[in-house]
Design a protein around this ligand. Structure first.
Ligand code: SF4
Ligand code: SF4
Length: 445
């Protein structure tokens, strides 16, 4: 029987209309714009200069501090500038701009498709290789993976949970890699298990991907019996870290806590593949699978896209903006971000571009709260979104903390459900940031 989390959640139409589109290599671009701020933590420090010739896989930016990640070139060519350029939301960050010339790779990257099964590196060497290759979490947060795989000495990991739920509507990049590179993912899982020193991992997949479940179960039962495939109910946000942990292990991550507090580390299937490529193929994280989808598109796509490709270049490759498209989202409709700059470039964690029509995006007019409690029913964190919204609007920060606004996972279930079209998440998100800042500024006990 499929497992799931205990409270809240919604069942939106999953619109996985791009699930049967096989992964295609995206054509080489003329100019790549590679951001130094692609991960959670401090931006990387450029180690190249204007005029340098760089090859694919060459280090462009060095990790700068404890929480940071290396950044490598996804293309070969000449560095034409290092300058501040806006990201998709319009925030400025330093980019290395490269005029592409051919496709020359550095020596030492194994580009052969042959699967490498034997894991030769020990735990410390694995962590060093993952850090060197700039691997970050591809489930959304882009947290440096080597840090997540290095629990503090007073915490012990018991299980690795691998997230293959892909519960956001429309997204299919994780599904495609599970269908096209299943064994590489499982080897990536084994590598992370070795790094963590755990003997058991669980791979959770939503039941709307029966072929991926079947494929992974067959492989695990024949050759990877230490990895258990778990079928999960189709229910959003099933792939949320806390929801996944609860569904599979029945453990509850405490408020403001981390999965490691309950002996768990969660990684995404895309990260597992990137770990495989780093450790077994010596390949830095320079590309990823990006779903380009929408009901207004005649052909749904899943591209293998090099980091630093601009959104307008992607639009050009699919034949231009479909005439009905009015909005572009990076990511899924529930947690994705609206693209306000079409000339912004993709980053390591870019997973989808969703084209929405006027009909898809229409929000009804906001009216008064009718106290129906639907938002409370669907909140997977057990919060009272109507109350948090009221307190946020009134700026009652202390009461917001008492009512646990900091536990909000920004899933959007409340706003999706509210019959009065109240933009609950918009107000909650702002006050959540304020409350977390206050909590973190307090001296630790
Ligand atoms: S966005 Fe926050 S408040 Fe709204 S349902 Fe999700 S967790 Fe609850
Ligand atoms: S769902 Fe909307 S209308 Fe209903 S209680 Fe919540 S905020 Fe009020």
């Amino acid at each position: 029987m499929s497992k799931t989390f205990s409270i809240g959640g919604i069942h939106p139409n999953d619109h996985k209309i791009s699930q049967n589109a096989a992964i295609e290599d995206f054509p080489l671009v003329d100019i790549a714009y590679i951001s130094m701020a692609q991960h959670l933590g401090a931006p990387s420090t450029p180690v190249v200069a204007k005029g340098d010739y760089v090859k694919v896989g060459q280090l462009l930016g060095k990790a700068n501090g404890f929480i940071s990640a290396n950044i490598h070139s996804s293309v070969s060519g000449q560095v034409t500038s290092i300058e501040k350029i806006a990201d998709l939301a319009g925030n400025l960050s330093e980019h290395v701009v490269i005029k592409v010339d051919g496709d020359e790779w550095i020596d030492g990257i194994d580009r052969d498709k042959q699967i490498v099964r034997d894991i030769k590196l020990d735990s410390k060497q694995i962590l060093d290789k993952i850090a060197e290759c700039g691997v970050v979490g591809l489930g959304g947060a882009a947290f440096p993976t080597h840090i997540k795989l290095s629990p503090p000495p007073n915490k012990k990991a018991e299980y690795l949970l691998v997230n293959g739920a892909e519960c956001e509507p429309y997204l299919t990049s994780d599904y495609r890699i599970m269908m096209e590179s299943p064994e590489e993912i499982l080897i990536g899982v084994r590598i992370m298990m070795k790094a963590l020193g755990v003997t058991k991992a669980y791979l959770g997949i939503e039941e709307n991907k029966p072929l991926a479940i079947k494929k992974m179960k067959e492989l695990c039962s024949s050759s990877y019996s230490d990895i258990i495939v778990v079928s999960l109910k189709k229910r959003y946000p099933q792939g949320g870290e806390k929801q996944l942990i609860q569904a599979i292990t029945k453990r509850e991550v405490p408020s403001m806590g981390l999965p490691i507090d309950v002996g768990v580390v969660v990684q995404n299937v895309g990260t597992a593949l990137a770990v495989y490529e780093a450790v077994q193929k010596n390949k830095p994280l320079i590309d990823g699978i990006v779903t380009v989808t929408g009901k207004c598109m005649t052909q749904q796509r899943n591209f293998k896209l090099r980091v630093g490709t601009t959104y307008d270049r992607i639009m050009f490759a699919i034949g231009g903006f479909p005439k009905d498209a009015v909005k572009l989202i990076s990511g899924g409709p529930m947690m994705g971000k609206a693209v306000s700059r079409i000339d912004a470039a993709s980053v390591k964690s870019t997973s989808a571009l969703l084209l929405l029509t006027d009909d898809d995006t229409r929000r009804g007019e906001e009216s008064n709260c009718i106290r129906c409690a639907k938002c409370v029913e669907v909140c997977p964190m057990g919060l009272e979104p109507y109350l948090l919204n009221r307190l946020s609007r009134a700026g009652r920060i202390e009461d917001l903390e008492t009512n646990m606004v900091h536990d909000c996972i920004e899933c959007g279930c409340c706003i999706y459900t509210c019959p009065s079209n109240i933009p609950l998440l918009d107000t909650i998100r702002l006050s959540k940031a304020q409350v977390i800042k206050i909590i973190r500024s307090r001296p630790k006990k």
